[in-house]
Design a protein around this ligand. Structure first.
Ligand code: CUA
Length: 337
């Protein structure tokens, strides 16, 4: 199908290793470089202090008989040493501050190129709402082109500007190999950006405790070639085909007869809810429940029986569907491509 990304879908691990020491995008690389310098300075300090400690312990250890009546010589203070261990740490701290503020400044002041992709990420308990801006719209006049959930697609070697907002509590956007952590704060707009230089699926996770399912507020960033990305955008903007099998048609009826439509949106249908993830192209996504399980019929069936079995505390209620209705709804959801 046009627009599905060309990565290995079936063997994609659910929680791949997100290694910040293997950065593949500009802000992450800048943070990595600053971290390595900091780590080297700290390692040198650690080695000097530990070395001195070992030296003193060995050199001045007790040898032979201890005369308990006699105290060892007591030495009180040395101005030179006290001055040294005050001044040297101050210099080291200032160097670390300069390295950190320079990196933060370079990341924040990075210009946004004209051809940048603009997206808006809204944090919810416990999933990510993602809006893509209409190309050509002014950056300060947001016009949504299409929305998705829990999976961001971006073109490789291109700047993607990300505005971060929250619908409820504090969250934090972090894709270790692509950028540093940036908080999503209710009532505020924060910004971050990525410029990935390799295609693939990158794992992200909420990095600010936001309730029961904080650890399962996961995100996938799919970095694609420009052609694959363009095809994906086109597919996202096309409403899904109408279901054709009897089971899927019945499932669509069940979906619209229940309160699913109050929370979920499916483009091209009356379902226009905004409290839950947009389901327009659900069947093309890698995972369900913000990364809790691979997106397949089995996990969808478990989810539809009772979402809390997969994700305790989830805000979606158990819809009390019969086994037959669950099968039908799952058949319908699988048509949302
Ligand atoms: Cu959202 Cu932690």
């Amino acid at each position: 199908m046009a627009g599905t990304f060309s990565g290995a879908r079936a063997d994609e691990p659910l929680r791949p290793i997100a290694n910040m020491f293997d950065p593949l995008s500009k802000p992450a690389e800048m943070i990595h470089d600053a971290s390595i310098i900091t780590l080297i300075i700290c390692a040198i300090i650690f080695l000097i202090v530990t070395g001195m400690l070992v030296y003193v312990t060995v050199k001045y250890r007790s040898r032979g008989e201890i005369d308990e009546r006699k105290e060892p010589p007591q030495i009180y203070g040395s101005s030179q040493i006290e001055l040294a261990w005050t001044v040297i740490p101050i210099i080291i701290t200032v160097v670390l501050i300069l390295i950190t503020t320079r990196t933060i400044g370079e990341i924040q002041d990075h210009p946004v190129p004209k051809d940048a992709v603009h997206i808006r990420v809204i944090g919810h308990q416990w999933w990510w709402e993602i809006h893509y801006q209409k190309p050509g719209a002014k950056p300060d006049e947001w016009v949504t082109d299409f929305t998705i959930a829990n999976e961001i697609h971006v073109p490789v070697n291109k700047h993607t500007e990300i505005t971060l907002e929250s619908a409820d509590v504090l969250h934090s956007f972090w894709v270790a190999q692509l950028n540093g952590k940036t908080d999503l704060i209710p009532g505020l707009k924060n910004h971050t950006w990525i410029e990935p230089r390799a295609t693939g699926v990158f794992f992200g996770n909420c990095a600010e405790y936001c309730g029961t399912q904080h650890a399962n507020m996961q995100l996938k960033v799919v970095v694609q070639t420009q052609a694959d990305y363009d095809a994906w955008v086109l597919a996202q903007k096309t409403p899904p085909p109408a279901p054709t099998t009897a089971e899927a048609i019945a499932g669509k009826k069940v979906f619209y007869a229940n309160s699913c439509v109050n929370c979920h949106k499916v483009d091209g249908t009356p379902a226009a809810g905004v409290f839950g993830p947009d389901l327009t192209h659900l069947a093309t996504r890698l995972t369900i429940g913000a990364g809790i399980a691979k997106n397949n019929e089995d996990s969808l069936r478990t989810w539809m029986h009772d979402p809390a079995t997969l994700k305790p505390g989830v805000l979606m209620p158990n819809m009390q569907l019969t086994d037959k209705e669950v099968d039908e709804v799952v058949a319908y959801l699988m048509t949302l491509k």
